[in-house]
Design a protein around this ligand. Sequence first.
Ligand SMILES: [Zn+2]
Length: 241
Amino acid sequence: MLITDMTMTDFARLRQTLPTAILPVGALEEHGPHLPLGLDAMHALALAQATAKLKPCFVAPPLFYGLCRSSREHPGTVGVSGDSLRLFVHDIGTALWRQGIHSLCIITGHAGGTHQASLVETGELLIERTGLEVAVVCVLDLLKEAREFLECPGDSHAGEVETSLALHLWPELVKGTAPEEYPTFPPFIMVRDKRGHWPGGVWGDPAKASAEKGRRILESEARALVRVLEQLEARAGGRQD
Ligand SMILES: [Zn+2]
């Protein structure tokens, strides 16, 4: 249930029985020449809504900005600093706690390591400073079931998985396809010429994508996320059911 669509009265009634909120987080970043820039937040939101259908919970409006490193020189990537991300998500979590939410599941559609680390650091602060139970989950962590039918093991960005999801959820926004590609960043070294190491902005093989795979990926991700919510609520105790 999207919080943005609720009235004050709806929220006050629902928080008596629903202890959990999902906060979808993404990044405004390139997704190859064929997928929309907002895909990560769109994916996280679609997943949150699919999860809420299986297990009712609050769905907070998504954060469309995140921390982007490797894609920052590509056209359309508009990132924020770790400081901004941590502070913003911390404030949202704290306000949700004050509004009676006991469990917060932060689901990120953007899988950048530094971005995820910022969210994890925020989660640690939230459990220290509030009574919230917090989970920080990346969509890539939910693919265990889907790995059985996925064909591209090294896929992580604008490849088989994200192109399949887009073909399923927003086919009108998919502009053809893109060649298989993997970046060539050197280990440990910070590089300025990021596009030189990753010209197309694809990490995987979009040719392996299909709308049917997208449907199955979303379903299996939602089932996996329900299990996370159940664990969170078992820890929070008391308010559910
Ligand atoms: Zn993405």
